[in-house]
Design a protein around this ligand. Sequence first.
Ligand SMILES: NC(=O)C1=CN([C@@H]2O[C@H](COP(=O)(O)OP(=O)(O)OC[C@H]3O[C@@H](n4cnc5c(N)ncnc54)[C@H](O)[C@@H]3O)[C@@H](O)[C@H]2O)C=CC1
Ligand SMILES: CC(=O)C(=O)O
Ligand SMILES: [Mg+2]
Length: 372
Amino acid sequence: MRIAVPAEIKNHEYRVALTPAGVRELIEHGHDVIVQCGAGIGSGYEDAAYEAVGARLEGDVETLWAGAELIVKVKEPQPEEIARLTPEHTLFTYLHLAADERLTRSLMETGATSIAYETITDERGGLPLLAPMSSVAGRMAVQAGAHALEKAQGGSGVLLPGVPGVPPAAVTVIGGGVVGENAARMALGLGADVTVLDRSLTRLEALDHRYQGRLRTVYSTVDAVEAAIRSSDLVIGAVLILGAAAPKLITRQMLATMKPGSVLVDVAIDQGGCFETSRPTTHAEPIYTVDGIVHYCVANMPGAVAPTSTQALTSATLPYVLKLADQGWREALKNDGHFQHGLNTARGQLTHPAVAEAFGLPFEPVARMLGG
Ligand SMILES: NC(=O)C1=CN([C@@H]2O[C@H](COP(=O)(O)OP(=O)(O)OC[C@H]3O[C@@H](n4cnc5c(N)ncnc54)[C@H](O)[C@@H]3O)[C@@H](O)[C@H]2O)C=CC1
Ligand SMILES: CC(=O)C(=O)O
Ligand SMILES: [Mg+2]
């Protein structure tokens, strides 16, 4: 199969979809891999490293896309990338469609087959292609929040760990999944006072057991969120309902109950954000302030630490890229029910129920799409 790896073009996105080691695996399986010139530079991979494992380099982006059957990317297609997609393409990347109706409709119109990393499931109930980037983003959320708390950023000026004689900051993490646990772990490491809210008692039990009383776990209700944010210096939004738009757990009205200069980091922004006042920001301008509360809402946080993120991402995606390349998308999905959950669009139709529900659009069940 002809597989293309374009350079990412989202703001400050330095990741690339495949490392040279990943490309080598595909070539060993007999596939042609075409890498856009310079695609790996931001992650520390020179063009020569791809050439050395047998990839072809392509400088012209239109030629790269036009010649590909399978396109492997990191971020959702940007408008100029949408314009290059055709019904002959299979696109494998993060999509987060429920957050963006315009993207959803335009992707459907291309007729391309699109498979989203973030909706593929595994037998343990996890999201194996989201998890590595959630680990990165969860860890970064505390760094980003600590920086935003500084006075020069508009923050209250509270130092997360405190110092001897001065108490540490209060950090609330809403959603105790992969992002949430990684954020909690970093915040604990810095010596902050950490509370995690979740709707899943199983998750709270696991966290309680693992952290042995070093963090507080609270069942998530409107009441519990209201109480927690009143005394928090940093609140991290880390909830997810698979494939769906994130629920708004902090309203604008609730901001007035928070301490001035407190910080909200909305990691769930790629699914639309879990705070009413969140809007996507970029690494170039990551923060803004509403009613005295600093917001950080970058939708591609791991892009800023690309050498780490690219290796973690390729390790997770490679087995799936190999299946798509070896078997074609139909067979690969027919043979793996969890992989099937990744299919978001095909033949101009939506195939993910949660995305369809987000916009009140009709959808075609994957099983029917694969049968026909
Ligand atoms: N901004 C960025 O750069 C990145 C964003 N993300 C996003 O972070 C979000 C979280 O991802 P993961 O941690 O991997 O998901 P996950 O599925 O591991 O965890 C989500 C948790 O939220 C909980 N939850 C759902 N509704 C809740 C509610 N009302 N109150 C409290 N908890 C609730 C679930 O029980 C679950 O434990 C996703 O939207 C993901 O796409 C992930 C990576 C990078
Ligand atoms: C998960 C995601 O959207 C990211 O890593 O950018
Ligand atoms: Mg994202």
